[in-house]
Design a protein around this ligand. Structure first.
Ligand SMILES: *[C@@H]1O[C@H](CO)[C@@H](O)[C@H](O)[C@H]1NC(C)=O
Ligand SMILES: *[C@@H]1O[C@H](CO)[C@@H](O)[C@H](O)[C@H]1NC(C)=O
Ligand SMILES: *[C@@H]1O[C@H](CO)[C@@H](O)[C@H](O)[C@H]1NC(C)=O
Ligand SMILES: *[C@@H]1O[C@H](CO)[C@@H](O)[C@H](O)[C@H]1NC(C)=O
Ligand SMILES: *[C@@H]1O[C@H](CO)[C@@H](O)[C@H](O)[C@H]1NC(C)=O
Ligand SMILES: *[C@@H]1O[C@H](CO)[C@@H](O)[C@H](O)[C@H]1NC(C)=O
Ligand SMILES: *[C@@H]1O[C@H](CO)[C@@H](O)[C@H](O)[C@H]1NC(C)=O
Ligand SMILES: *[C@@H]1O[C@H](CO)[C@@H](O)[C@H](O)[C@H]1NC(C)=O
Ligand SMILES: *[C@@H]1O[C@H](CO)[C@@H](O)[C@H](O)[C@H]1NC(C)=O
Length: 491
């Protein structure tokens, strides 16, 4: 963050003048628990806000939003749910969001569904589905003059929002009511796809529990596809994609690995995995003592939700008193990922442990990481996949992802892997977006401006600069200065 401005290429400096007057805005947010997201903007160095820095539009009040999951009885699964099959839709809420603040969406619905946690115990979660504006007339009778089959959606993308939180009330199903962080959902909706957002961390907010996240994604897809015909999705030619970046890639990648064994009935047409972190030990060590240290705390909490023995060990090894104590550490269970970034920024997380880093290296912790947070050990993706990562990703070495890709390719996978020679972890979130969208277009709609190997694998070194337009929050285009420019946003 120290090099903000100084290290920007000239092209970006052009938009800095445009942006700076907008940040920050003193308008207060109306929903207290509404947190920002977990990526720093490459342009301003600030954490990217879900809701921008502006009040929600339409003079919204708290009553215009659903309550957080812990206060919403809709999240309590109905009796007998444990004995249903994974992927069963247990409960559906049409027109789920009272106010809708994601552009190109016309409506939402939510599904409470049965899934399976990392230990293969019955669990449940919630998926939120955004319906594109182009689909407006698609629930009309097909005989209606306004019904136009070619405008109606057949593509659906399970999009993994990187919530990176150990707080069940920071689930995407709750936080996405007002705005989305990056504009990726807006851009998918503009392409006419349903966007399905699973609460892949599940009811316990198990951040970094890979098997849990994979199962929850696959079962969200099964559950939504079992009812999406009611919402006009064209089931006779439906195509399903998965997409996640960073914390979101964690879920998408595990879903792709687990799909063949856990959900052989589910046809997945594409997976898109950006900025993946194949090994939690490596990424936590790299994030520690930096502005990303909060994610080390939330990952340790998240992964031990799935393993009572590891959680008991953790609680025993945290200092009871002193500046880095158990209360302060456990406080992250009530924070969004971004609040945790602020609360623990720069800390050495190992200072919370009585034996420092040795406690992290203890088998009690390492076993849970190795079973639940190392990619490449749970199967081989059988759907075509697009991987993208910055050559100079500072959070996770590009070679770790290259090794996973190479291993999958030896086992018959079909993967396009882009290594971007420009930028780091945060930059590639934005730089990779257009290529991710084009890959999905190719696989869902049959046309995309990207070269994909028909079979086997291809690794390409690309040199893609950051597109500054992508850095503008969506509200900039709707109720900000961009509203009058007649541009549709960067996508
Ligand atoms: C929002 O409130 C302001 C001031 O209270 C008012 O001028 C405006 O018309 C309201 N807008 C809507 C959409 O209700
Ligand atoms: C979950 O699974 C584990 C291991 O299979 C088992 O020991 C435990 O009792 C289960 N917990 C619940 C709540 O079913
Ligand atoms: C829906 O139908 C109405 C009436 O025919 C038409 O004006 C409108 O453009 C249609 N909307 C979409 C998204 O196709
Ligand atoms: C039907 O939808 C397609 C795709 O959006 C559009 O190109 C076409 O003009 C529409 N037809 C009518 C009659 O509105
Ligand atoms: C994960 O990374 C750590 C440290 O970088 C390394 O010691 C460990 O062997 C790795 N685990 C696997 C399964 O590759
Ligand atoms: C735990 O740490 C917090 C923050 O440093 C501090 O305010 C609190 O007093 C500490 N608690 C104990 C029991 O030492
Ligand atoms: C817990 O976090 C809140 C903010 O989220 C902070 O105000 C409070 O001081 C923290 N408590 C401890 C013990 O760290
Ligand atoms: C496809 O992408 C290339 C560069 O990758 C660009 O030059 C070309 O204009 C694009 N074509 C379309 C139709 O978008
Ligand atoms: C791509 O970059 C890697 C790492 O810099 C290099 O080893 C490799 O030779 C490059 N591949 C091509 C085809 O240029």
């Amino acid at each position: 963050m120290a090099c903000f401005l100084a290290c920007l290429p000239p092209r970006l400096l052009l938009v800095v003048g445009l942006l700076l007057p907008l940040l920050p805005d003193s308008t207060t947010l109306l929903v207290a628990a509404a947190g920002p997201s977990v990526h720093h903007s490459p342009l301003t160095g600030e954490v990217v806000h879900y809701f921008g820095t502006r009040a929600p539009p339409k003079n919204a009040t708290v009553n215009d939003y659903l309550p957080p999951p812990s206060k919403d009885t809709w999240y309590i699964p109905p009796d007998g749910w444990e004995t249903t099959k994974p992927g069963t839709a247990l409960r559906t809420r049409a027109h789920a969001y009272p106010t809708l603040n994601i552009r190109n969406a016309i409506d939402t619905f939510q599904v409470l569904y049965r899934t399976t946690d990392s230990r293969n115990n019955a669990s449940w979660s919630v998926a939120t589905v955004f319906i594109p504006a182009s689909h407006a007339n698609c629930t009309l009778p097909t005989t209606s003059p306004s019904y136009n089959a070619s405008a109606c959606s057949h593509g659906i993308v399970a999009y993994e929002v990187p919530s990176d939180s150990a707080d069940p009330d920071a689930a995407p199903s709750y936080l996405l009511q007002m705005r989305e962080p990056y504009g990726e959902m807006r851009d998918m909706l503009a392409r006419g796809w349903f966007v399905l957002v699973p609460d892949y961390e599940g009811p316990g907010a198990s951040f970094c529990a890979g098997v849990q996240a994979g199962h929850a994604t696959l079962d969200a897809s099964r559950a939504v596809l079992s009812i999406a015909g009611q919402f006009g999705l064209q089931m006779d030619r439906v195509k399903l994609g998965l997409w996640g970046y960073s914390g979101g890639a964690f879920a998408a990648e595990f879903a792709a690995e687990l799909a063949a064994e856990y959900a052989p009935d589910l046809r997945i047409d594409a997976s898109v995995i950006g900025g993946s972190s194949p090994n939690l030990t490596t990424v936590d060590e790299r994030m520690n003592s930096k502005d990303t240290a909060g994610l080390v705390v939330t990952s340790i909490l998240g992964i031990t939700v799935q393993q009572p023995d590891a959680r008991a060990f953790l609680l025993r090894q945290l200092h009871p008193t002193g500046p880095y104590n158990k209360t302060r550490f456990m406080n992250a269970t009530t924070m969004t990922g971004a609040d945790a970034l602020d609360a623990y920024s720069g800390q050495n997380v190992f200072d919370y442990f009585v034996n420092g880093q040795a406690d992290w290296a203890d088998p009690a912790m390492q076993d849970v990481i190795n079973t639940d947070a190392v990619m490449g050990l749970h199967g081989v993706p059988t759907m075509p996949s697009f991987y993208y990562k910055a050559e100079h990703d500072e959070m996770s070495p590009v070679d770790e992802t290259a090794a996973i890709v190479a291993d999958f390719c030896r086992k018959g996978a079909n993967i396009l892997f882009h290594r971007n020679t420009l930028g780091g972890h945060n930059d590639e979130l934005w730089s990779g977006r257009l290529r991710a969208l084009e890959y999905l277009s190719a696989k869902l709609d049959g046309h995309g401006n990207i070269t994909i190997p028909a079979t086997g694998c291809q690794t390409v070194n690309v040199t893609i600069p950051l597109d500054p337009l992508y850095l503008l929050p969506d509200w900039w285009w709707t109720d900000g200065p961009g509203a009058g420019l007649g541009l549709a946003g960067a996508g």
